[in-house]
Design a protein around this ligand. Structure first.
Ligand code: NAP
Length: 283
């Protein structure tokens, strides 16, 4: 079999951001108010600082105002909840992103739940998760949403396909499985307690790797002709799939970097503008 076609997440993300920037400009022109994304960071974890800065820069380039709230590492759950509630009540803020992890002393779920669902553009609240699972309108988790957009872009219809999701985190594995189920795939979740991971993955028409273990999924585990989505991002720009061997068997595959990664921010920006349009009565 010839080598798989690459799924160009970077290119698709660029087009989504361009379209989002046009909508942001139109909204600013009509209402006099730019869409605004508030980012909240607790502490100074270098990776989190970098992620937040990247999101702020991309927002600005797309005509989305960004408001940053930096809280000290010792912030309590109650203080964080108060901050998020104040942003939820602030009519000049249209989307809220709490950068996680927030630190072990904070009740992360309580913090997420302080975000008003209509401003939950990162798709982290229980309300967003259930709406997504029931196929109701609302914001989706950004990385899973980006994965579904990539599948659509490459005309991969999940209906009737066997989809295997490796990983079951609340922000990635679980929601992407629910989105695939919502599109009529037959979904299997694998996780750290799964026995015989390789044999389950071998049955998949669509594989989503969302683990955080470099090259865990090997080419020999890929069913010939499968679609392989690698959401993993490990040190050294290495995914959760062994790209070189998987590429020999897959039909479509996402590279790392340049596959799933850029889609996450694109969906975040798009959902921020959608939130602003709804809150300002344009939708
Ligand atoms: P996570 O919260 O650590 O979850 C990892 C999942 O993988 C867990 O469900 C875990 O199972 C499972 N797992 C661990 N070892 C396994 C094994 N040997 N076999 C099968 N399953 C195993 O990670 P995450 O936040 O979902 O992130 C996963 C990866 O995606 C990371 O590389 C991360 O950097 C990347 N990521 C990328 C983006 C992006 O924008 N591209 C966004 C988010 C995350 P248990 O539940 O049993 O522990």
């Amino acid at each position: 079999m010839s080598q798989a076609q690459l799924m160009d997440g970077a290119g698709l993300a660029r087009r989504i951001v361009e379209e989002t920037a046009k909508r942001a400009a139109a909204l600013t022109g009509r209402t006099g108010m730019a869409p605004c994304l508030a980012t909240v960071l607790v502490g100074e974890d270098p990776a989190s600082v970098t992620y937040v800065r990247m999101k702020q820069n991309r927002s600005r380039k797309a005509g989305i105002e960004s408001r940053h709230v930096a809280l000290p590492a010792g912030t309590t759950t109650a203080e964080l909840v108060d901050t998020l509630k104040a942003l939820s009540d602030d009519p000049t803020v249209h989307g809220i992103l709490l950068q996680h992890p927030v630190g072990p002393h904070i009740d992360e779920r309580a913090a997420f739940e302080a975000i008003a669902p209509e401003k939950d553009v990162d798709g982290v609240t229980l309300s967003s998760y259930s709406a997504m699972s029931f196929g109701l309108p609302g914001f989706v988790s950004c990385t899973p949403g980006g994965i579904m957009r990539l599948l659509d872009e490459y005309d991969v219809d999940p209906a009737g396909k066997r989809a295997v999701v490796v990983g079951r985190s609340a922000i990635l594995g679980k929601p992407v499985g629910m989105l695939l189920l919502g599109r009529d795939a037959t979904v299997t979740y694998c996780h750290s307690r799964t026995i015989g991971l390789s044999s389950v993955v071998r049955e998949a028409d669509i594989v989503v790797a969302a683990v955080g273990r470099p090259r865990l999924i090997r080419g020999e585990d890929i069913k010939p002709g499968a679609v392989v989505i690698d959401a993993g991002y490990n040190p050294g720009n290495v995914g959760d799939v062994d790209f070189d061997t998987a590429r020999e068997r897959a039909r479509l595959i996402t590279p790392v970097p340049g596959g799933v990664g850029p889609m996450t921010i694109a969906v975040l920006l798009e959902q921020t503008v959608t939130g602003a349009e709804r809150q300002l009565g344009l939708r």
